[in-house]
Design a protein around this ligand. Structure first.
Ligand code: NDP
Length: 330
């Protein structure tokens, strides 16, 4: 059975040598325990932060210890009456092909109607981030304009679809024409902007948002966010969900001063961390499931085959190789 460890802390862009794969014996279980076979592994941009030792909202990973992320696993042996062989569970688990667990913190997921991996995306942390960030901080009203950075990614693609359900004009920013086309044809976005081929982002945003921006859902930060500020309306709300453009920077990046934009427009900018909304998770998951079953939310995934390819799939997030949620089929 293979396990992937954090080998060294990345400097700048993560590399394959930051990870190490070792071979271990398959664990044996005792009374009260279950044996899990990893089925799907989620790779997420926030893991980059945990690979560093800088203090953040999540504890840093330890060197020479297994990497951990959202995992869907099949129960292959059980000595715990709450869990049956053949069921699938979702939880924060180690990057191991096989592992044992007491079952604590694991949730059995119903895979009869929904594909396993959707619980890592639209119906998991990703979907809840999109839903709670947008509704709790963004509070969009019908007819308002929402602009989303990282729009073709896991969180962004769900934010846009929820924005359409709520009756808003939705504009997405992404890194290729193919992604921009997908936003419009597959997810119902009204407009899309390819930041890699657009010379003047502030102008392009103005054009795509003729009534200005009421809600900005930010996944990337940096220059893209600077450009959005020129179009914000009075009382605009900005959800700072992530800043992937800076995750691999080794020095603090100096950008535009946002304060004048906020003052002039009485605008709100607030950082979002999913963990702060734990009491709303049941409400969020049942709403997402309802929309998913009604076909109002589509789950796009990029599935990488092979447990050994987890590190490469993670690195590829920083090159935008994914459309929708990046997952690895173990
Ligand atoms: P994504 O699926 O969006 O994957 C990352 C995407 O970011 C890539 O596909 C790429 O798309 C884009 N990207 C990569 N580098 C850059 C760059 N330098 N500038 C602009 N875009 C870039 O990941 P997630 O949906 O899982 O996460 C999105 C954001 O939300 C992340 O910042 C993440 O940290 C954050 N997040 C925060 C949570 C919270 O609780 N606060 C919870 C979950 C996620 P493209 O081709 O368009 O460049």
């Amino acid at each position: 059975s293979h396990t992937i460890l954090l080998n060294k802390r990345p400097v700048g862009r993560p590399e394959l040598s930051d990870f190490k794969t070792i071979t271990e014996d398959q664990p044996t279980i005792n009374s009260g325990e279950i044996l899990l076979k990893t089925s799907y592994v989620s790779v997420d941009p926030y893991l980059r932060g945990r690979m560093s030792d800088a203090k953040s909202y999540a504890e840093p990973f330890e060197l020479n210890k297994p990497m951990v992320s959202g995992v869907i696993a099949e129960i292959v042996e059980s000595q715990n009456e709450k869990f049956k062989v053949g069921q699938f569970v979702s939880g924060m688990l180690a990057w191991k092909q096989f592992q044992k667990s007491s079952g604590e913190g694991l949730r059995v997921v119903d895979t009869s109607e929904v594909g396993e991996s959707v619980y890592l995306g639209a119906l998991g942390m990703t979907g809840m981030t999109a839903f709670l960030g947008l509704t709790e901080i963004g509070k969009p009203k019908k007819g308002e304009t929402i602009i989303i950075s990282g729009a073709a990614g896991a969180v962004g693609s769900i934010v846009g679809q929820i924005g359409k359900i709520l009756g808003c004009r939705v504009v997405g920013i992404a890194g290729s024409d193919e992604k921009v086309n997908m936003l419009k044809s597959q997810f119902g976005f009204d407009e899309g902007i390819n930041y890699n081929t657009t010379e003047n982002m502030a102008e392009a945003i103005k054009k795509a948002c003729p009534d200005g921006v009421d809600v900005y859902f930010d996944n990337v930060g940096g220059e893209i966010s600077d450009a959005v500020l020129y179009s914000i309306n009075r009382f605009a709300r900005m959800i700072i969900c992530g800043a992937i453009s800076s995750y691999n920077e080794t020095e603090t990046v100096k950008g535009l001063s946002v304060q004048p934009f906020l003052v002039k427009n009485s605008a709100l900018m607030q950082g979002f961390i999913l963990g702060n909304y734990a009491e709303k998770f049941p409400e969020a998951t049942s709403q997402l499931l309802e929309w998913f079953k009604e076909g109002k939310i589509k789950s796009e995934e990029t599935v990488v085959e092979g447990f050994e390819n987890i590190p490469q799939a993670f690195i590829d997030l920083f090159d935008g190789k994914n459309k929708g949620k990046m997952v690895v089929k173990a």
